[in-house]
Write a protein that binds this ligand. Structure first.
Ligand SMILES: [Mg+2]
Length: 156
């Protein structure tokens, strides 16, 4: 469990982190350097879930050594499928990280949504739905590992 304190807002108790794969954890289907070690550092604190359309058909092999649940979704209504997955976990306990149009609903309804831009860019819909936009996934994961950064970004 991760307790996130945001001044003027209720504290967030995050039990699940839902991550998109392509454009978020990976570029061209390959895990981005630095991601695996950060996910391993986070895994004792929260449950990690990777939910993806698996465009490059590489998620299972790339994530084989990482302590996470992998959910590969179908071709249609992917935004709805990602949201429903989070609803089943309990939206209030979910922090979501993604970059694509199909992450928009998830980023909007999760307790906290983080959009990443990096090499593949971010859909405007995802960016507008998020609470925070990061240049890259390692910065986004470091917000969770060093939550005072997140507090500083979110305070009003
Ligand atoms: Mg993506």
């Amino acid at each position: 469990m991760l307790s996130l304190h945001i001044p003027d807002k209720e504290s967030l108790t995050i039990e699940h982190v839902i991550l998109d794969f392509n454009g978020t954890l990976a570029v061209d289907g390959k895990l981005i350097p630095g991601v695996a070690s950060r996910l391993e550092e986070l895994s004792p604190l929260v449950s990690l879930h990777v939910i993806t359309a698996d465009t490059n058909a590489s998620a299972r092999s790339e994530l084989a050594k990482i302590s996470c649940t992998l959910k590969i979704i179908g071709k249609n209504r992917q935004d709805q499928a990602k949201l429903e997955y989070a609803e089943n976990l309990g939206l209030k306990s979910v922090l979501a990280i993604g970059n694509g149009r199909n992450d928009g609903m998830l980023l909007q309804h999760a307790a906290l949504g983080v959009c990443v831009v990096q090499k593949e860019g971010a859909a405007i819909a995802a960016m507008q739905a998020a609470d925070i936009v990061c240049n890259d996934i390692n910065d986004a994961l470091d917000l969770l590992l060093q939550p005072h950064r997140l507090t500083a970004t979110m305070r009003n």
